[in-house]
Design a protein around this ligand. Structure first.
Ligand SMILES: Cc1cc2nc3c(=O)[nH]c(=O)nc-3n(C[C@H](O)[C@H](O)[C@H](O)COP(=O)(O)OP(=O)(O)OC[C@H]3O[C@@H](n4cnc5c(N)ncnc54)[C@H](O)[C@@H]3O)c2cc1C
Length: 291
């Protein structure tokens, strides 16, 4: 199917793009990799009047190591995250998860920031971002603001951007010593969206107790779901199989899966329980240097 008619602009500077976004307001949309927006337009699930293509903007395609964080620019593709040495060294959880996004064609065009902005509850990146505590940088003509990912992911396909704003980068805290994580994704076949995805992240203190915990779920709620209750249960405690089983039970209780072509709700809930427990064990082994 063809999409409805729309205006198209391809600005060559960030200033020009921000002017255009301010002008078109609610009627406009950023076009990044186009891997979600264009299919939605062809299916007539989205009908923006004006697309602002950001692919010609300079300076948004790099991954940089700054002030204890990795900055991922708005034109960094999923495939870049999979192979970038800075990501491999300082955010190994993201490097390991990137090959699980879609298929090679989509990974070569789709962007991490586009996925974050899209807020599809079946998207993988926002679970990872919630687990590691990322920050989104939103830029408009008025300036720049940083938004914690937990505030940015508002609801089903809904983010916290204001009209005229675009995501220019996502910042991820560098994995320090005694940290580990896992992204476990059940998919029907390679390249499919998750039936269930579970991101886990742990940081231990010097005595081996859990200093920081992140757990977030894909495809089992109207948005990527941060399981705060399970995270709070873990923090301050000695890691153990019993504790992880308890946290997994909380995650299974908290998620809101629905039955669909990918499986019945109760099956998905059982996978959340198993993957949360397994993910926490893997995160612990990595944090202890045993993985
Ligand atoms: C066959 C197929 C399989 C897929 N499988 C998976 C999968 O397994 N896991 C997964 O996570 N995803 C999957 N996807 C989605 C894919 O990862 C997309 O690349 C991603 O969701 C969106 O990134 P994009 O750069 O293509 O964004 P676009 O499609 O260009 O944009 C998506 C939305 O985000 C907005 N947007 C994009 N960039 C910005 C920005 N910088 N600032 C503000 N708003 C912005 C757009 O306006 C639009 O509303 C799949 C897609 C396809 C086609």
């Amino acid at each position: 199917m063809y999409p409805p008619r729309f205006e198209y602009s391809a600005p060559r500077s960030l200033e020009e793009a921000l002017d255009l976004l301010a002008e078109v307001g609610d009627e406009g949309r950023v076009l990044a990799g186009g891997q979600s927006l264009l299919p939605m337009m062809k299916l007539r699930l989205a009908a923006p009047a004006h697309l602002v293509d950001i692919n010609r903007l300079p300076g948004l395609g790099s991954i940089t190591d700054t002030n204890g964080e990795i900055s991922i620019g708005a034109l960094v593709r999923h495939a870049d995250v999979a192979t970038d040495p800075t990501v491999a060294a300082h955010a190994p959880l993201l490097a390991a998860a990137a090959p699980w996004i879609a298929d090679p064609l989509v990974r070569n065009r789709g962007t991490l920031c586009g996925s974050v902005a899209h807020c599809d509850p079946e998207g993988d990146w926002n679970s990872l971002m919630l687990a590691v505590g990322a920050t989104v940088v939103a830029t408009s003509r008025e300036g720049t603001r940083t938004i914690p990912i937990a505030d940015f992911v508002v609801d089903f396909f809904t983010n916290a951007l204001r009209p005229g704003e675009m995501v220019t980068e996502v910042r991820v805290p560098k994995a320090g010593p005694r940290t580990g994580g896992a992204y476990l994704k059940l998919e029907r076949k390679i390249g499919d969206y998750a039936t269930v995805g579970v991101a886990t992240h742990l940081r231990l203190d010097e005595s081996g107790r859990i200093a920081q915990a992140g757990i977030a779920l894909t495809s089992v709620a109207p948005k990527n779901l941060k399981v705060t209750e399970a995270e709070e249960l873990l923090v301050g405690n000695e890691p153990s199989d019993e504790l992880f089983a308890e946290a997994a039970e909380v995650a299974a209780r908290t998620c809101q899966p629905t039955s669909d072509v990918r499986g019945p709700a109760e099956y998905k809930r059982a996978v959340v329980r198993t993957y949360t427990e397994r993910g926490l064990r893997r995160a612990l082994a990595e944090a202890r240097g045993e993985a």
